[in-house]
Design a protein around this ligand. Structure first.
Ligand code: HEM
Length: 398
C-alpha cells in the first residue's frame, strides 16, 4: 500500500499515484490516512482552514507543540494570520529583488571555483547557493554558512519534522540546542544593535522590529520564524535547482530551447516544480466531520494533500506526465501550496532558480555537462521531498 512517509517508497511513485487518481479524488493509504489525489479537491481542502487544520500539520498524531514554538505551517488562524503578516512584511518581493545581485555574484563565484573536469553539482552548487542566499538575507556571518546548512539538513533528515523530538530531547531547543542557541544569539545581537541605533535593514532586523497585535513577537516565536526561513528554503530550493538542472543536462532539446530563448526558463522552472515537486505532499488534521467530493472524512482523521499527484491531474494538465517547455498553465501546480499557507518564499525560490540556472548556462557551453557514466538517480532521504542526492557531472572536453 502507498506509504508517503516511507522515504524509500514515496519517491518516483508516479504510476501508483496515477492509479489512485483514477480510482477517485480521495484514497485511503497506509496507516488509514486519507490522500487527496486530484487538483480541484486538493485546492478545496487547502482553502478550507476551518475544517482542515495545520495545528496537527506534518506532525504525527498526539504530538503537541507549545504555541510560541510553532512554525507558520503549524499554526491556524487567527494566530497564523498575525504571525504570517510579520513574515511577509519582512520578506517582500522588493527585499528579494534587492538580493538578486548577491545571488548572481555568489552563483558565478561558486561556478568559478569548480574543479576543471568533474564535480558533484549538488555538493558544490545546488546544495550551497540557497543557503548562502538565506544567510545574506538574514544578515548572518557568511563564515557560518556551512555549519548552519549542516544543522538544517540534519534536522530535515531526522524524525524531528514528524515527531518534534530527537534522542536529545523534545522541542527544537532541546532536540537541536546548538542550532537554537545560534539563532537566539543572532536575535540578541540584532536586538542590541537596533537598540543602540545601528542602521540595519536585513530580514532579521525587520523581523525583530515588527510587532504582532499587541507588541513584538515573543522570543521563541521569533526563533521559530527564523528557523522557518532557514529550513523552509534550504533543501526545497536545493531540490528545485537539482531537479531542473537534471532535466536540462539529460534533455538536449530542453537545453537548446532555453539557450535559444532564455524567457522559456520561467516555464521550465514551473514545469520542473510541477513534475518533480521538491515538496511531495502537505498534511492537515480534520477538525469536524465532513466530506471531500462525496467521500466522508471524520473529525480526527489526518488528510494528506498530494501535490505530487494533483500536479499531474489529467483534468487540468494535458499530457500531464510530459515536460512541456511552452505549457500555458504550467504554473497551476500546487508545489508551493495554495491559499492561507501558500509559500511566502516562492518569489525567492523562483529567483534563485532563474539566476542559478542562467549562471550555469552562461558558464558552460551547450552540451558541455554530462552525467558521470553509470549515473543512477538517487533521491534525497527526506520522505516529503523529491530531488537528487548527487549530480556527478563530467565536462565534455575532460
Ligand atoms: C522550491 C522551493 C520551495 C518549495 C517547493 C516550498 C514549498 C512550500 C509549501 C508547499 C508550503 C505550504 C505548506 C502548507 O500549506 O502546509 C510552504 C510554506 C512555507 N514556506 Fe516554502 N517552499 C519553498 C521555498 C521556500 C523559501 C525559499 C522559503 C523562505 C525563504 C520558504 C518558507 C516557507 C514558510 C515560512 C512557509 C510557511 C507558510 C505558512 O504556513 O503560512 N519556502 N512552502
Amino acid at each position: 500500500m502507498f506509504d508517503p512517509f516511507d522515504a524509500a517508497r514515496s519517491r518516483d511513485a508516479w504510476d501508483i499515484l496515477r492509479e489512485l487518481r483514477t480510482e477517485g479524488p480521495v484514497a485511503t493509504i497506509a496507516g488509514g490516512l486519507r490522500y487527496v489525489t486530484r487538483h480541484a479537491e486538493a485546492r478545496g481542502v487547502l482553502r478550507d482552514t476551518a475544517t482542515f487544520s495545520n495545528a496537527s500539520g506534518m506532525k504525527a498524531p498526539g504530538v503537541d507543540i507549545p504555541l510560541e514554538d510553532r512554525l507558520l505551517g503549524e499554526l491556524d488562524p487567527p494566530r497564523h494570520t498575525a504571525v504570517r503578516r510579520v513574515m511577509v512584511t519582512a520578506m517582500t518581493p522588493k527585499v528579494v529583488h534587492a538580493a538578486e545581485p548577491f545571488v548572481t555574484s555568489t552563483a558565478e563565484a561558486l561556478l568559478q571555483s569548480l574543479p576543471p573536469d568533474r564535480f558533484d553539482l549538488v555538493a558544490s552548487y545546488t546544495g550551497v547557493l540557497p543557503n548562502r542566499v538565506t544567510m545574506y538575507l538574514l544578515g548572518f556571518d557568511p563564515a557560518d554558512s556551512d555549519q548552519l546548512a549542516r544543522w538544517a539538513k540534519e534536522l530535515m533528515e531526522s524524525a524531528f519534522p514528524a515527531l518534534n523530538r530527537t534522542e536529545r530531547g523534545v522541542g527544537f531547543a532541546a532536540a537541536f540546542p546548538e542550532f537554537a542557541g545560534y539563532i537566539d544569539a543572532r536575535i540578541a545581537e540584532r536586538t542590541a544593535q537596533l537598540d543602540a541605533g545601528e542602521n540595519r535593514d536585513d530580514v532579521l532586523a525587520r523581523l525583530v522590529r515588527l510587532e504582532v497585535d499587541d507588541g513584538p513577537l515573543p522570543p521563541e516565536q521569533l526563533r521559530a520564524l527564523v528557523r522557518n526561513l532557514i529550513t523552509g528554503g534550504l533543501t526545497t530550493t536545493t531540490q528545485l535547482l537539482g531537479n531542473l538542472l537534471f532535466e536540462i543536462i539529460t534533455r538536449p532539446d530542453v537545453e537548446r530551447a532555453i539557450r535559444a530563448d532564455r524567457a522559456l526558463l520561467g516555464t521550465a522552472i514551473e514545469e520542473s516544480l510541477r513534475l518533480t515537486p521538491p515538496v511531495l505532499f502537505l498534511a492537515r488534521g480534520c477538525v469536524r466531520d465532513t466530506e471531500i467530493a462525496g467521500c466522508p472524512v471524520q473529525k480526527g482523521e489526518r488528510v494528506l494533500i498530494g501535490a505530487a499527484s494533483a500536479n499531474r491531474d489529467e483534468r487540468v494538465f494535458e499530457l500531464a506526465d510530459e515536460f512541456q517547455i511552452d505549457r500555458a498553465n504550467a504554473d497551476q501546480h500546487l508545489t508551493f501550496g495554495y491559499g492561507t499557507h501558500v509559500c511566502p518564499g516562492a518569489t525567492l525560490a523562483r529567483a534563485v532558480a532563474r539566476i542559478g540556472v542562467n549562471a550555469v548556462l552562461d558558464h558552460f557551453g551547450e552540451g558541455d555537462l554530462t552525467l558521470e557514466p553509470g549515473f543512477v538517480f538517487e533521491q534525497v532521504p527526506t520522505y516529503f521531498e523529491h530531488g537528487p542526492r548527487r549530480l556527478p557531472v563530467v565536462r565534455a572536453d575532460a
